[in-house]
Design a protein around this ligand. Structure first.
Ligand code: PHE
Length: 452
């Protein structure tokens, strides 16, 4: 299909896909989730398993999603419909992009609440509330925020408003410019903060914790958490990269672009860990603190840093923008579909979806205070959505998407999609996806569920 046929437009340069896909991948998953999941799962052992998951599961599945998107150049739902009309796949496969879209929707309901915390912290940062803060002060600041639904609602609404406005525009406009500036700035800021944190914090214990490998710490729970986080962090298994693949220029090698995205994603996560863990150990914060870990340790570093108010402002601003570039990719699937299928203006479609997310998000933020009932397995709605999406929906979505690509789409069609010169890349990817990624995801996910 000629490049001009895609309704939403094509990224104007091959590099723009890399920026946009990295924008989707790099987000709260790297800075908020990676450190606390690493903390909960024993550090170094988790990191090794996580890197293996990125390489052997995340990367092949990412390539599969992007390749599938680029073959038909339509939104994921219509792509599969188109393939079934051409009798390439069974019509039942259309359930897969639907599942993917629903997963993205559900992730956004709690992602927006956490992004709201980041805006709340941006507000506190610029007003100097971190100055000379102690560990006890930082913990109570976070707990107070969780206990104040009105404030969380305000920032959740602001964030969803920004998401709707951004997704409402064409994805080819604006986004790449933002990410092109954001990513280098985020990396530089994190490097500076990591250096500072290692200077004032307990560097040796942090490095020991993050990079020391020990077999005993590896359990199925650790492996399941690593797969879940790898998929979440790379934004795969829920159609975001599938949708972005449709806008990717044919001139770009998919394998190369995706490898860069994985590298950037891991780099940002490691830097976030190097910022947070030296403080965690020197201020005796519990490594297993869970979702509060990042939000308690960051104010301490800024509160004690020369020029901390400025750095804190910059950092939280970058974090909010990083969350925004991820969040927009979660709505892209349904927005593109509504626009292409029913000719609904993008802004209207985004508003419709955004409102639905916003409503569910209210229940999510209330589950952290007034409505803290344990719905299942002792988890409240917030925890349930976080675990349910990353341990069940994302792996299932990733398995089904990969099975579709590896076993049902004709090999020749895929081969054409992955630049012909690089046959070795193709072979490596195809075999890994078929014989390593898919079986590994099935075994790990099932074993994790049985063990749970
Ligand atoms: N990858 C994003 C992050 O790390 C989150 C995300 C998940 C984005 C799924 C899109 C789809 O924050």
């Amino acid at each position: 299909m000629p490049e001009s046929r895609c309704l939403q437009g094509i990224w104007s340069s091959p590099w723009i896909f890399i920026f946009a896909a990295s924008g989707s991948a790099v987000g709260l998953g790297n800075i908020w989730k990676f450190p606390y999941v690493l903390g909960e799962n024993g550090g170094g052992a988790f990191l090794v398993v996580y890197c293996l998951c990125l390489l052997l599961v995340g990367l092949p599945v990412l390539i599969a999603e992007v390749a599938l998107g680029r073959t038909v150049r339509s939104n994921p739902i219509d792509t599969v419909n188109d393939l079934s009309e051409r009798r390439i796949v069974h019509p039942a496969w259309v359930l897969v992009p639907w599942l993917a879209g629903i997963t993205g929707f559900l992730i956004l309901t709690f992602y927006s609440v956490i992004a709201g915390w980041s805006i709340a912290y941006l507000d506190r940062a610029v007003t100097g509330e971190f100055n000379n803060i102690t560990q006890v002060g930082a913990s109570s600041m976070f707990n107070e925020l969780l206990a104040t639904p009105s404030e969380m609602l305000l920032w959740h609404s602001v964030f969803m408003g920004l998401v709707v406005l951004t997704v409402g525009q064409s994805v080819t406009r604006g986004l790449s410019a933002v990410v092109r500036i954001l990513l280098p700035m985020l990396v530089v800021t994190l490097v500076l903060l990591a250096c500072y944190s290692m200077m004032i914090g307990n560097m040796s214990e942090a490095l020991n914790f993050m990079f020391r490998w020990s077999w005993q710490n590896i359990t199925f729970d650790v492996v399941l958490a690593a797969v879940g986080l790898a998929l979440f962090s790379l934004s795969v298994g829920m159609g975001a990269m599938f949708a972005y693949g449709a806008y990717m220029s044919k001139r770009m090698s998919i394998a190369r672009a995706c490898s860069i995205v994985v590298g950037v994603d891991l780099l940002v996560a490691l830097l976030a860990g190097l910022v947070i863990f030296p403080l965690v150990f020197s201020f005796d914060i519990d490594v297993q603190a869970g979702p509060s870990l990042t939000f308690v340790s960051l104010p301490i570093i800024f509160g004690n840093l020369l020029g901390g108010q400025f750095f804190a402002g910059v950092f939280f601003l970058l974090l909010v923008v990083a969350a925004l570039t991820s969040a927009i990719s979660m709505l892209e699937l349904f927005v593109a579909w509504l626009h292409e299928k029913f000719y609904i203006a993008r802004l209207k479609a985004a508003l419709l979806m955004g409102l639905a997310v916003w409503f569910v998000g209210i229940a999510v933020l209330l589950s952290l205070n007034h409505w803290d009932s344990k719905l299942m397995y002792g988890l409240n709605l917030f925890e349930l959505l976080d675990k349910f999406t990353s341990l069940i929906l994302l792996p299932v979505g990733a398995i089904l998407l990969s099975v579709l690509v590896a076993w049902f789409i004709p090999r020749s069609m895929l081969q054409n999609e992955m630049i012909a010169k690089q046959t070795s890349h193709f072979q490596w990817w195809y075999k890994t996806l078929k014989y390593i990624s898919i079986p590994a995801m099935i075994v790990i996910t099932l074993a994790g569920w049985i063990g749970a």
